[in-house]
Design a protein around this ligand. Structure first.
Ligand code: ADP
Ligand code: MG
Length: 239
């Protein structure tokens, strides 16, 4: 778990301003969802929190410590993307153990962590298979499992379900919610453009528009008292 603070965070690519001053505090153990239209900066903001991009100005703090400039692994974060980039020539087990092997845990410790994560995600019976022998949903679980074994303090998801069909999307969404509970309420930030995902998963939703925060609140607050038609339109409230 970690408490995350963004203080006047800005990001430009060349002369193009993409994130234009974001102030936000995400509580330890909170499930925060970023929503907003395509191109508004959701992925960029997530990548800044992850440390995959450097912020142009402002401050980013984890548990009160400035992490600007720290690598993703130093920040204790794990990230799951919409395209589950598994190593095609490695088994499910090796895919999940890969990050741990680099950290030099003992073989038994690694096996224990991989097995535990695989059980949690109900992929224990597929550990010897190659990714191509799995369905899309199973592959996405392996990608999530690979993140879990690293025991992250912060879990970041960028539209993890958008490549799945409707039924699998619902099933995996429920699993992610369960994961949040099972992992002792690890801090999660979840990007989506899907209102249903946002409403059902979030403790709080942060609505982004053109690089700034339009409104932050619980699903109920945004639904019942949207600050603008933009938020109402996005959350689907009858305003
Ligand atoms: P979203 O995830 O909300 O769809 P992104 O964060 O991917 O939006 O992108 C926000 C804006 O930043 C877009 O206009 C995009 O073209 C631009 N952008 C993102 N990454 C880069 C980059 N590496 N170089 C230049 N422009 C970028
Ligand atoms: Mg995106």
């Amino acid at each position: 778990m970690a408490n995350i603070q963004l203080k006047d965070v800005r990001k430009s690519f060349g002369t193009v301003k993409v994130i234009k001053g974001v102030d936000l505090e995400i509580k330890s153990g909170e499930f925060m969802v970023f929503v907003g239209p395509s191109g508004c900066g959701k992925s960029t903001l997530l990548r800044l929190v992850a440390g995959l991009e450097d912020i142009t100005s402002g401050q980013l703090l984890f548990d009160g410590e400035v992490v600007n400039g720290l690598t993703p692994s130093k920040r204790g974060i794990a990230m799951v993307f919409q395209s589950y980039a598994l190593y095609p020539h490695m088994t499910v087990y090796d895919n999940m153990a890969f990050g741990l092997t680099l950290e030099k845990g003992s073989k038994e410790q690694i096996r224990e962590r991989v097995t535990k994560a695989a059980d949690l995600l109900q992929i224990g019976q597929y550990l010897d298979r190659l990714p191509k022998q799995l369905s899309g949903g199973q592959r996405q679980r392996v990608a999530i499992g690979r993140a879990i074994v690293r025991d992250p303090k912060v879990f970041l998801f960028d539209e993890p379900l958008s490549n799945l069909d409707a039924a699998l999307r619902v099933a995996t969404r429920i699993e992610i919610a369960k994961l949040h509970e099972d992992m002792n309420s690890v801090t999660m930030i979840y990007v989506t453009h899907d209102q249903v995902e946002a409403m059902t998963l979030a403790d709080r939703i942060c609505v982004l528009r053109d690089g700034v925060i339009e409104q932050v609140g619980t699903p109920m607050e945004l639904y019942e008292t949207p600050d603008s038609l933009f938020v109402a339109g996005f959350i689907g409230s009858p305003k």
